[in-house]
Ligand binder design. Structure first.
Ligand code: IMP
Length: 424
């Protein structure tokens, strides 16, 4: 196997980070291809805690090259902070180790401001991370976006920012009634930040092309989860990028190849941050217990995550939507000992029973049909699983039609069991 994608199969926060760390060690190149600094991946280096938002986790390994593909929306201010943080953690970040596409779309101050104003005052609250992700993707698709390479040329940058602000100024002045910096101020800031970013810029498409020709092992590091995908997700409560495996082909490039294996990281239960329907959400003390034991707080915003039972119709759908070939089942320790364990095997929707969610379905209107599962009390001290846990895993595999290749019951290396070899 030469290429592997790590994809969140739910609403994000499935524990992709720790698995990416482990498999990243076996790779030559780790690539981010979508999203921006809305992602959050906490790692402990020695006694220091570092949260990676934008920089791929390959940066932790000296032999790895980390690539930020053109599908990523890039906040230069956030990058500066993260770079300083990572360096303070004792990690070496050189232009040889980090390659950033010169065609990444820039998140400007105006994008961030607009995101915040819409969330605070707009008619529909999505519960965004407030990082300006949606407005930056809007600029990109409406062909008004600013690319990283534009930061190197003040005239080009000024002209693009001026054009870009024409419509936003109307919104800031008249709809949201909020102050915003003058174009010249933003030009100066972005131009300065451009100097910091310039050494890392390259044509990442050609770099990946060469890497693939040279049989290098490539890991594609997805952010968020398939249910937050702009096309496949629970629209409109989604992020603005292609979080499914399809995003790899548009956001980074895999010249001449298909990705060999798509590993869907799946939490043993379900969580969601932000607004939007959540069929198996728990509103009782069981949900609170899972939230507490699982430490379910967002790494980017610190918000409490909503918790619920595992939802197989959604998982079956995301496996299909993202061509997931095997599953890593994470946070099993959190469910150990939980009484009256349940999982959702189907929905009742418009008078019919369906066992696979599909796009267009109104998740607010489904009735989840629950199956009682036996409580498992595994302490995970050895490689054996109790028959109750095995039944939980078997039920998932049978429903989605693919194997669980990894079982995780904690963030440490010793707490992640590989049943399948990836990059052997
Ligand atoms: P945005 O990506 O900031 O525009 O937020 C859109 C939706 O995606 C909101 O519901 C966020 O809570 C959610 N979201 C964005 N990034 C993440 C993530 O890394 N984990 C979980 N949810 C996320």
């Amino acid at each position: 196997m030469q290429s592997l994608a790590i994809i969140g199969s739910q609403w994000g926060d499935e524990g992709k980070g720790k698995i990416t760390d482990l498999l990243g060690q076996k790779c030559d190149v780790v690539v981010r291809y979508q999203g921006g600094n809305n992602a959050g991946h906490t790692i402990i280096v020695g006694t220091k805690k570092i949260v990676l938002h934008l920089i791929p986790s390959g940066i932790l390994h000296d032999h790895c090259v980390s690539v930020i593909g053109h599908g990523v929306v890039f906040d230069p201010r956030a990058f500066k902070e993260e770079l300083e943080d990572v360096k303070r953690g004792g990690i070496d970040v050189t232009p040889q180790k980090l390659r950033i596409s010169e065609n990444c779309s820039v998140i400007t101050f105006y994008n961030k401001l607009l995101d915040g104003q819409r969330e605070a005052k707009g008619p529909v609250k999505i519960g965004t991370t407030g990082k300006g992700i949606g407005p930056a993707y809007e600029d990109k698709t409406s062909r008004k976006g600013i690319k990283l390479k534009d930061l190197m040329n003040k005239e080009v940058l000024r002209a693009k920012l001026e054009a870009n602000l024409i419509e936003k100024a109307v919104l800031f002045d008249h709809l949201y009634k909020v102050d915003y910096p003058a174009v010249e101020e933003e030009v100066e800031k972005l131009f300065e930040l451009g100097k910091l970013i310039e050494p890392f810029l390259c044509d990442t498409f050609s770099f990946l092309d060469e890497s693939i020709q040279q049989d290098k092992r490539v890991l594609y590091e997805g952010a968020q989860g398939v249910l937050l995908d702009i096309d496949y997700g629970s629209y409109p409560f989604v992020t603005s990028s292609s979080t499914s495996a399809g995003g790899i082909y548009t956001g980074a490039g895999l010249p001449g190849k298909y990705v060999d294996e798509v590993l869907g990281i799946t939490k043993a239960y379900t969580t969601r941050v932000g607004e939007g329907p959540f069929p198996t959400e728990l509103f009782d003390e069981v949900g609170e217990k899972i939230q507490r034991i699982g430490g379910e707080f967002g790494a980017t915003t610190g918000r409490k995550r909503r918790c619920g039972w595992l939802d197989l119709p959604l998982l079956k759908y995301t496996v299909k939507a993202s061509n997931i070939t095997s599953i890593a089942l994470t946070k099993l320790d959190v469910l150990s000992g939980i009484e009256n364990l349940k999982l959702c095997y189907a929905y009742e929707y418009e008078g019919k029973e369906i066992d696979c969610a599909y796009p267009g379905i109104d998740l607010a209107k489904v009735k989840p049909l629950m199956k009682d599962m036996k409580t498992f009390n595994d302490d995970f001290k050895d490689n054996n699983q109790s028959s109750e846990l095995q039944e939980y895993i078997d039920t998932i595999e049978k429903a989605v039609g693919i194997k669980v290749g990894i079982l995780a019951h904690g963030p440490e290396r010793s707490e992640i069991k590989f049943k399948q070899d990836y990059f052997q």
